[in-house]
Design a protein around this ligand. Sequence first.
Ligand SMILES: Nc1ncnc2c1ncn2[C@@H]1O[C@H](COP(=O)(O)OP(=O)(O)OP(=O)(O)O)[C@@H](O)[C@H]1O
Ligand SMILES: [Mg+2]
Length: 362
Amino acid sequence: MNSLSEADIVDVLSKINDLSRGKDIYSLGIVTNIHIKDNNVQITLEVESHRANAFEVIRNKVEKSVRSLPNVSNCIVILTAHSEKISNSSNNSDIADESSKSNPKKSIVVESNVKKFVAIASGKGGVGKSTTAVNIAVSLGIEGYRVGLLDADVYGPSQPRMLGVSGRPKAIHGDMVSPIKNHGISLMSMGLLVPDETAMVWRGPMVQSALTQMLNNVVWGDLDVMVIDLPPGTGDIQISLAQQVKLSGAVIVSTPQDIALLDVIKAMTMFEKAGVKVLGMVQNMSFWECPDCGRKDHIFGEDGVSLEASKRKLELLGQIPLNTNIRQASDSGSPVVISSPGSTEAKCYRDIGKKLIKDLEI
Ligand SMILES: Nc1ncnc2c1ncn2[C@@H]1O[C@H](COP(=O)(O)OP(=O)(O)OP(=O)(O)O)[C@@H](O)[C@H]1O
Ligand SMILES: [Mg+2]
């Protein structure tokens, strides 16, 4: 096969017109990234969010045209949105409305191969959802289950770093890519698909399309469980996910602090309304233990999550300490259940994994 150059791709893109603008997509600056590796091409198109649905036709056309080049094995085209065109983007209910009005494509491929889907959620940001998700996923893998980790935080994906993976997913056939594997589990994340510098400001329909692609255009293989790391809040991604797959349940993560709990209650209400069972709660950053004297300090309060769980008759799945080891392990790409398997904190996550195995009947 002859080598492929960016100029070959630009040549194709310069012949595809954006009819509403009367010019080709390359001159219009819609193409923000072209990546070529081993005759596999990945292209990023950036459009105004309100044109996302209409642009699907052009996205398809680009894929087909580039694939038809003699020396291209595969081509994947990803749509992202302009931030400045988004009015009132912090209004979550507006976004959610837009998402729920559109007609989502139900996941077909992935549902037949995955036994259980579990979402790791919280109403609030920065409480440790992703850290909990990766440690639970790897714990389930250690127990011998086939596990996928879907980083549904398309705005701020953190799982590639936490699982210690980089690089692009390999294109396989048609429009499919393979997930990236490490520490015994398979990962898909927007962080693997678009360049770091790409602005992740998407709206309902685009998020839906991104999630659909990460669910259905990835060769996940047969999985016992797919752990889904959700972004904070109760917006478009949460709703879109509930529309696309049958969630077996959600795990709610919070710190014991009241303010975090208020947001968490909103998240639980959202799952209840969507008919998704809340499997239990995890109290993260429960206490800090002085390494010198062993004294425990409850920095964010003592029992906030356990009280809320018992009030709602939910299982308290675990109480994770606030611990430098956990943070350093996540930052270095080797979750604490792998890097310090004998530690108390690793045992906390492994125990949560064991409880979930029972709850999910896997
Ligand atoms: N138990 C813990 N002990 C120490 N550090 C922790 C703990 N849990 C999480 N962290 C650290 O806190 C930060 C936020 O955690 P994480 O990214 O998991 O939160 P998140 O809820 O997923 O955030 P976001 O809402 O941005 O997605 C990270 O730096 C992580 O390493
Ligand atoms: Mg996160």
